[in-house]
Design a protein around this ligand. Structure first.
Ligand code: FAD
Length: 479
């Protein structure tokens, strides 16, 4: 039997469900990745995600060759809907295997591919790989999907058995990898119309890069709960981009956390909860695809957001990190400069856009989608709808983050702020969170003139808060 293994968001050879099944079920397994023009054509020439994928593909190709000399990755550039059926026909395979991708656009693409393969009796089969529990695997006692996190998490933990975390062995079956003259290596970035965008070297490339990050994180996982909310501290794992593209296996991470949790490590328990949030939002996407483009709670679609040129100027200032609120601005600069933003800051900047600037959460969601290296439709949408109070298990609409209090609490010394706003480097902690409330002479002594070195605030939080309560109150009263 000959099969084609189609890599998508699972760019590794270790513990890869579809690869395992392919190697076990066939004598000849060809491996392909499509640089899909349906996605790539809309991107800027310098895109960090493309660079990350490109590095991961080179590592994957080398890993496949390491498993069996002469094997390797076939890389195609074009439209997956056309190329996969063409390649399957050319290689005369009986089946195309891959892992589930539950994003609506991916499901539509896969349906098209399956239909085209069906026209010449080639099977299309996919497997769970990206999450621990997917789709309808965790349901309430009456068989309904959960829309509140804590009961979902409890049910998830009750269902968990070590079996679900076991790795899918690949190496013992590597003999079935096919050698193919089509596996000519990964084309250069320039050949597919891209250029280097400048990835942080700390991120690491491919599975080896993910493993380095994991090894380092496991040294400090016991302090995760104490550190995870403070953006100037190395608290989280920074593994999100590797999870996004599958250069690390979720089973490996969940197993590492679960074993430590069994041994009584609180930090590991909290981190496992974060991995469960990821599963939670994936099953929300599966059961409520409408929420990927409109409010999970439909009454919130009636909210009237600020619009027009003045609102556009507020949005531009938010994107550029020029709102006059130092923590918000430093966070946006972190995103723009590195493609990463700390989770606490994602919450702060999202709430600021929605509840201080009065802008539609979808504008912020789209900006994050463009900039985040770890952009994931389900998690990003979940995070934004949480902040907009329109999602499942969301922050109540009247609970509005105060950006100054958040700054005092989570960056008390202003260390994170100063990393991205060096012009504020001399401000003492008592002035840095709300520089506009300082005496101009005190600011001057620190070399800062507001309006010249750093913007004046573009909104007043107390006024914005009142407006937001009215904006939300209007739709709540009608509901
Ligand atoms: P860690 O703290 O080490 O967490 C480990 C892993 O758990 C993460 O890599 C991630 O896969 C998962 N995780 C953690 N928190 C969440 C969460 N709230 N929801 C779902 N999964 C979670 N995460 C993304 O992966 N992609 C996104 O596009 C994304 N957009 C977000 C937008 C907003 C407005 C908010 C509030 C959160 C968003 N998150 C997103 C969730 C979270 O901020 C990131 O997963 C986290 O910051 C990634 O850093 P880390 O890997 O160091 O996290």
């Amino acid at each position: 039997k000959r099969v084609l293994l189609w890599f998508r968001r699972d760019l590794r050879v270790a513990d890869q469900a579809a690869l395992h099944h392919a190697l076990k079920s066939a004598e000849q397994v060809f491996c392909v990745f499509v640089l899909d023009r349906d996605i790539l054509d809309g991107l800027p020439r310098a895109d960090r995600r493309v660079e990350f994928i490109w590095a991961a593909l080179n590592a994957l190709d080398a890993d496949l060759r390491g498993l069996k000399p002469g094997a390797g990755l076939i890389v195609r550039h074009g439209h997956a809907g056309d190329l996969i059926p063409q390649l399957a026909a050319e290689l005369k395979v009986q089946a195309v295997l891959c892992n589930h991708d539950d994003e609506p656009a991916a499901l539509a693409r896969d349906a098209l591919v399956a239909q085209r393969l069906g026209s010449f009796a080639c099977d299309f089969k996919s497997f769970k790989d990206h999450v621990i529990f997917e789709r309808s695997e965790v349901l309430t006692a009456v068989g309904k999907p959960y829309s509140v996190f804590t009961p979902y998490k409890n049910a998830w933990l009750r269902k968990l058995e070590p079996f679900y975390l076991l790795a899918y062995p690949v190496a013992p079956y590597a003999d079935a990898l096919a050698t193919s003259p089509l596996a000519t290596g990964v084309p250069g970035l320039a050949e597919i119309g891209f250029e280097a965008a400048g990835l942080s070297p700390h991120l690491g490339a491919g599975s080896a890069g993910a493993q380095d990050l994991l090894d380092e994180f496991l040294q400090r996982i016991d302090r995760y709960d104490d550190n995870r909310n403070f953006p100037s501290v190395k608290g989280p794992s920074y593994l999100s981009v590797h999870l996004r593209f599958g250069t690390v296996s979720i089973r490996q991470l969940a197993m590492a956390a679960w074993q430590r949790m069994q041994a009584g490590q609180h930090g590991a328990e909290v981190w496992l909860s974060e991995l469960i949030w990821r599963d939670f939002y994936h099953q929300i996407m599966h059961h409520h695809p409408h929420a990927m483009s409109s409010a999970f709670r439909p009454e919130y679609d009636a909210i009237i957001w600020e619009q027009g040129p003045a609102a556009d100027r507020l949005f531009d200032a938010w994107c550029a990190g020029a709102t006059g609120y130092p923590l918000v601005d430093a966070a946006m600069l972190q995103l723009n400069q590195t493609g990463y933003m700390h989770n606490r800051l994602r919450m702060v900047t999202a709430c600021f856009l929605i509840k201080d600037l009065g802008l539609d959460w979808r504008r912020g969601e789209a900006y994050f989608a463009e900039k985040l290296l770890d952009f994931d439709l389900a998690a990003n949408n979940g995070g934004w709808q949480w902040a907009a109070s329109s999602g499942c298990d969301a922050q109540p609409y009247f609970r509005i983050f105060n950006p100054v209090t958040q700054s005092e609490k989570f960056d008390a010394e202003g260390k994170f702020i100063k990393r991205y706003l060096p012009q504020l480097a001399k401000l003492p902690p008592k002035l840095i969170h709300a520089p506009w409330s300082a005496k101009p002479l005190d600011l001057q002594a620190c070399g800062v003139l507001l309006g010249r070195d750093y913007p004046l605030p573009i909104v007043r939080h107390d006024e914005a808060r009142t407006a937001t309560l009215a904006r939300y109150g209007a739709v709540k009263n009608k509901a």
